[in-house]
Design a protein around this ligand. Sequence first.
Ligand code: PLP
Length: 380
Amino acid sequence: MNSLPIPFNRPSIGRSEYEYIKKSLDGKLCGDGSFTKEATILFEKATKAAGMLLTTSCTHALELAALLCGISSGDEVILPSYTFSSTANAFLLRGAKLVFCDIKTKTMNMDENLLPSLITNKTKAIVPVHYAGVACEMDAINEIAKKYGLFVVEDAAQAVGSYYKDKPCGALSDIGCYSFHETKNYCMGEGGGIIISDRKMRERAEMIREKGTDRISFLRGEVDKYTWREIGSSYLPSDILAGLLCAQLTRFDEIMKKRLRIWNAYHAAFEPLEKKEWQRPFIPEKCKHNAHMYYLLSPSPGERTGLIEWLKKRGITAVSHYEPLHASPMGISLGYGIKDLPLTLDYASRLIRLPIWPEMDDESLQRVIENVLTGVARNI
Ligand SMILES: Cc1ncc(COP(=O)(O)O)c(C=O)c1O
């Protein structure tokens, strides 16, 4: 057995990625060219999620969402603390107060049962994050939002190709935001997408994304010149990057199948760990996941750190994940208390993510499995 390093993540770049990028250099290089259009079509074909606008990142898609919801100073936005800073920054940038919601212990997703107790007359939006590509309880979340007249913005950064009751994540609510960052299942280096259910809101998004102008209408031949119509920014990626995404999307099923193979192998091999109180991911029956991530929850933080070190010494990169936002330096400076969300804090301190990438070969896969099992058996 070789001992080459096993990275945590490696994007799947095949011949088609080189070909698409080469072709994209012959056309328009700026945004909203033919590859941007093709990416939207391929995305719908692959996921059933229609009408995605490509953006420069999921971070920017979330910022666009906050602008679309008209978030302003004094508004409150409910989100999990167990997420990436971008989920919070997007709303903080508009002056919102962040209201953090604790998580469910089986999926690490926002606990929808806590939402009614967090809603006030200042609440404007709920932002569920589909952690590890496993959907939140969207029926319940949408129902609560409807009752209180709130927007729902899905952070589906990790959930491209995931489903809730056969409907695509990111298209389950008012607005959904995706990531095509290098670390995600389908990548364009840096990139993202946004899906907006309301037609008028989508038209506004097209302008906000293009520096507040109606350039997209001009490109469609609907107006003979374009002008400044809205507050806006530059949220559209170059057509060269869209070309890279097109190549990835033509390989959608292949990439998904390869990731699922690794995920399923881990899941079967680690079943015995549950007797030792290590927890495996849980997929609710109504959810179809995209094998974005494979994680284990150790019985204690020390055992998590021990396993990371054990694997590192054997050339295997395994990593923790989000440091809860409420307990981060920024969270503390905003006035949150470290102990505000006990489950989030506890689970985040015990989570370890294992290497998963499409071209991971059997030998590497077995090396990770054997070293995890021996590491845990030795009690590290
Ligand atoms: C939940 C979540 N939201 C947003 C982002 C930001 O995505 P991007 O890097 O595309 O801006 C990430 C990045 O990993 C994420 O995990």
